[in-house]
Design a protein around this ligand. Structure first.
Ligand code: DOR
Ligand code: ZN
Length: 336
């Protein structure tokens, strides 16, 4: 039986710019009603002008109907006037610890100094989206960062806080302690562990930040998502890099999952007998947390075997060469 998804949303997405934007954005625009667009461009999106220019570039690629690009602003010190001006044009502000991932050098170096800007976000009711990792041991970075999340949640109790791309059982436990906190979960962190990346021949295509963790962590994420946790939202963290940046010494972090996200989620939820919880994960939970009304769009998934292409242009997609038991009807931009 086909599966109909009402207004699917991708609440964490890297669309890039230039040629890469043209290659990858049509996949998201075809399959989703909206997406939260990350601001970590080469020049971070950190002003109203940059938000507008980036939105215009996305609209030029995807059109202005059928897909809502929910823009984010790169966290730095802002005045109340800066934020008041940009508030209606963004869905939130995205905080990166400096240097923690791709193009995050302009991120936060000293967390003791962010309080004033965070207080303004709370006052203006602008959500704060956080890449929650310390600079510690790679497998412990997310868990170590929970103390920052705790400080944020306790010091700014009215702030709508999003823990982005959570990967650990500890993060799930933390989420349950604070009602005003939500989290995004990626497809790849529901499917893989560190073993898939480094347990055999090294796999650049699935190397990402935060790194995938242990089977226990993956199972805790799965369990919470499949049980219909009301504050877990799908965010693919689809992060394309061209092959020459992946297949070299010093591989860029990021998994390009936009083309496979909905079919693979359908497979996961249906096989687990939890298909009734998929609509909340890919749409309703986000609509209620962010209070958004995306353009109406129904996406039809059909149970057919679909072999994921080895490449889209210069980018290797997640699950390349694998066969998924579901496909999106009329899913792909015409060039593929
Ligand atoms: O793996 C990742 N890639 N994690 C991030 O946080 C950023 C992203 C990117 O922009 O490539
Ligand atoms: Zn990301």
């Amino acid at each position: 039986m086909d599966l109909l998804l009402d207004t699917p949303l991708d609440m964490h997405l890297h669309l890039r710019e230039g040629e890469m934007l043209g290659l990858v954005a049509p996949f998201s625009a075809a399959q989703f009603a909206g997406g939260v667009v990350m601001p970590n461009l080469v020049q971070p999106v950190d002003s109203l002008e940059r938000v507008r220019a980036y939105r215009a570039a996305i609209a030029a690629t995807c059109g202005t109907t059928g897909f809502a690009p929910y823009m984010t602003l790169f966290f730095r010190d802002y005045t109340s006037q800066d934020l008041a001006e940009v508030k209606d044009e963004i869905i939130g502000v995205k905080l990166y610890p400096a240097g923690i991932t791709t193009q995050s050098e302009a991120g936060v170096r000293d967390f003791d100094r962010i309080g004033a800007t965070v207080a303004l976000l709370e006052e203006l009711d602008i959500p704060l989206l956080v890449h929650g990792e310390t600079g510690g041991f790679v497998m412990e970075r997310e868990q170590e960062f929970l103390k920052v999340y705790q400080w944020l949640a306790e010091t700014f109790p009215r702030l709508r806080l999003v823990m982005e791309h959570i990967t650990t059982a500890a993060a799930i436990e933390f989420l349950d302690r604070f009602d005003q906190v939500a989290a995004t979960v990626t497809l790849h962190h529901l499917l893989i562990t560190l073993d898939d990346i480094a347990g055999g021949l090294l796999r650049q295509d699935i190397f990402c930040k935060p790194i995938a963790k242990t089977p226990r962590d993956r199972d805790a994420l799965r369990q919470a998502v499949l049980a219909g946790h009301p504050r877990l939202m799908f965010g693919s963290d689809s992060a394309p890099h061209p092959r020459h940046k992946k297949e070299r010494l010093g591989c860029a972090a990021g998994v390009f999952s936009a083309p496979v996200a909905l079919p693979a989620l359908a497979e996961l939820f249906v096989e687990a007998g939890c298909a009734e919880h998929l609509p909340a994960f890919v749409s309703a939970n986000a609509r209620s947390f962010y209070r958004i009304e995306p353009p109406a769009k129904t996406v039809r998934l059909e149970p057919i075997a679909w072999r994921v292409p080895d490449r889209y242009g210069e980018v290797t997609p997640f699950l390349a060469g694998k066969t998924i038991g579901w496909g999106v009807k009329a899913p792909h931009p015409s060039q593929f």
